[in-house]
Design a protein around this ligand. Structure first.
Ligand code: NAP
Length: 281
């Protein structure tokens, strides 16, 4: 049976370390989250981020716009936040309504306050093999969890399923930076099962139940980033946990795997930005 990659346990450990660190700061970091519209899942994510931030001593403000807010109003707010020395980190909760350009909004965030690492500056640094100011939260959380279990990635064949800017693409680049041999798969990939069968490490970020145990190579490492609700309203990942855990050597569960690690990375990134602002980088 596979060893469980326990995201909750690592989250609790890192958050406690951060709480102790923040407690020693004279001034506290401030995270601002911009939420547009009333997407129920986004509301839950944002409330969760606020709750955890406050628990460890990070000031957290949520700016909630109705879905008929104009792009210009959000851009003006971001400019104000960029210029406000009391603000450490800015996060725009995605998805945004269709009438608002995600690119324009993200691009407006100062790279030095870009806690998700999504601005062209930080993305460009990552994809050119340099260090961004901070790394995107979900892939960072995946690597923190793999590191905790001392899973070496060098020379391993890592198969990333999904190519979004939030997860798949930065994940693949970060694995490449760790000297893994990386294959990126997506909805147009042919013979997905054949490719998965050759993977030492499978990282799936799709949002559909697409991986069964028999598709995996013996003793591979499985990281399940996907989250969706099945027909019974139960939270599921991309991987059939029961069959996969009989074949893999390590596996992350859903829930309790990458979800807690993503929020942990957000808190780490906020504190990293705070420290960098203090150094006046
Ligand atoms: P996304 O933007 O919808 O991307 C999904 C990706 O999956 C796309 O690249 C798509 O390919 C690919 N895909 C769809 N069907 C496929 C199939 N049958 N076979 C292979 N690839 C397929 O989603 P996302 O934002 O990256 O998120 C992915 C999943 O991770 C979601 O379930 C999301 O809820 C979850 N997530 C979890 C966390 C966490 O903290 N645990 C964080 C972020 C996201 P195309 O590019 O060809 O369309």
């Amino acid at each position: 049976m596979a060893i469980i990659l326990d995201g909750k346990k690592l989250r609790d450990k890192i958050l406690e370390e951060l709480r102790i660190q923040i407690d020693k700061f004279e001034k506290k970091p401030t995270l601002v989250v911009i939420l547009v519209g009333d997407n129920p899942a986004s509301k839950i994510y944002v409330n969760n981020k606020k709750k955890i931030a406050e628990k460890i001593g990070i000031n957290s403000t949520v700016i909630n716009y109705s879905s008929n807010v104009t792009e210009q109003e959000i851009l003006s707010k971001i400019e104000e936040l960029n210029n406000d020395k009391n603000i450490t980190a800015i996060l725009v909760q995605l998805p945004l309504p269709d009438n608002i350009s995600k690119e324009k909004i993200i691009n407006a965030i100062s790279p030095s306050k870009d806690v998700d690492g999504f601005t062209p500056y930080n993305f460009g640094k990552l994809f050119s093999g340099e260090k961004p100011i901070v790394y995107p939260c979900t892939p960072k959380g995946v690597l923190l969890l793999l590191d905790e279990y001392e899973i070496n990635l060098e020379g391993k064949h890592a198969v990333v399923i999904g190519r979004s800017n939030i997860v798949g693409r930065p994940m693949a680049q970060m694995l490449l930076n760790r000297n893994a041999t990386v294959t990126i798969c997506h909805s147009k990939t042919k013979n997905l099962s054949d490719i998965i069968k050759t993977a030492d490490v499978v990282i799936s970020a799709v949002g559909k139940n697409i991986i069964k145990g028999e598709m995996l190579k013996s003793d591979c490492v499985v990281v399940d980033v996907g989250i969706f609700k099945d027909n019974n309203g139960k939270t599921r990942g991309d991987v059939d946990f029961e069959s996969a855990s009989k074949i893999a050597s390590y596996i992350s569960p859903v829930p309790g795997g990458i979800g807690p690690m993503t929020i942990t990375s957000l808190m780490l990134n906020t504190v990293e930005l705070f420290a960098k602002h203090s150094e006046k980088f």
